[in-house]
Design a protein around this ligand. Structure first.
Ligand SMILES: [Zn+2]
Length: 242
């Protein structure tokens, strides 16, 4: 008798998942639209309800769909966003495979360059958004979360402006990871970490189209911020021990 090796059988739900994912990625079901119902999918794929449910559960976990309850509910396709990458970074951080000094190093490399690129792509609409974001930093806030959002808006706008989607994706994910850590610690003196007005010079340089000045100002801003963030990270690591 020859020595056959067992063959790995692809699980049915994985095949269903792959097909659903492909339909979403190809735009056959667009953001905001609903996937066919469980019953319809069960019939089309000719699998059990449990298999379909498992595939949809994975789609939900990985951010491809959100579930809505009720008579008109179901699995709705989300606009693909940066959450997947950001959750991946968070997992790596929690597994001690990605450290804050490493995160800082990447931001220090890419964000000055992104600010430089952004300054070459200034438009009246972006100018308005930057000016609004700068003004919003100084306005009163209701929550810690809102405060963090205001302090990061300029970074997000510049990321969008820079015109490189990969830069934008990485930067968004890194900023979101930063948020999770800061939010867990909630340092009382948030101003020490990131105060209002710290983006003024950067935004002004971008609006003026001065790439070198924008890059330099971003570097100076991040050098200070990253130093503070390392401190927050140590507190966070201390908290995790309990
Ligand atoms: Zn900042």
């Amino acid at each position: 008798m020859p020595d056959f090796r067992p063959i790995k059988q692809t699980r049915a739900s994985e095949e269903v998942l792959a097909q659903l994912k492909e339909a979403i990625l190809r735009g056959q079901v667009k953001a905001g639209e609903k996937l066919p119902s469980e019953r319809e999918l069960t019939e089309q794929f000719q699998v059990s309800r449990g298999v379909v449910r498992e595939a949809i559960r994975v789609l939900e976990m990985t951010g491809f769909v959100t579930m809505k309850q009720g008579p008109s509910g179901g699995a709705f396709v989300t606009g693909l966003n940066f959450d997947q990458l950001s959750n991946g970074f968070l997992d790596m951080y929690l597994a001690n495979k990605l450290t804050i000094p490493e995160l800082n190093q990447v931001r220090l490399h890419i964000e000055p360059e992104m600010a430089r690129l952004a300054s070459q792509r200034i438009t009246p609409a972006f100018r308005l958004r930057l000016e609004k974001a700068i003004a919003a930093e100084r306005a009163p806030v209701d929550s810690y979360d809102e405060r963090m959002e205001r302090m990061t808006e300029v970074h997000f706008i510049l990321a969008e402006m820079c015109g490189n989607y990969l830069f934008e994706a990485i930067d968004n994910a890194l900023i979101k990871l930063t948020h999770q850590i800061v939010d867990a610690v909630k340092p009382e003196d948030h101003d020490a970490l990131h105060g209002a007005g710290e983006h003024d010079e950067i935004a002004q340089a971008v609006i003026e189209g001065d790439g070198e000045k924008a890059a330099k100002a971003m570097r100076a801003h991040l050098e200070k911020f990253c130093q503070e963030l390392s401190r927050v990270d140590l507190i966070y690591k201390g908290l995790m021990k309990y």
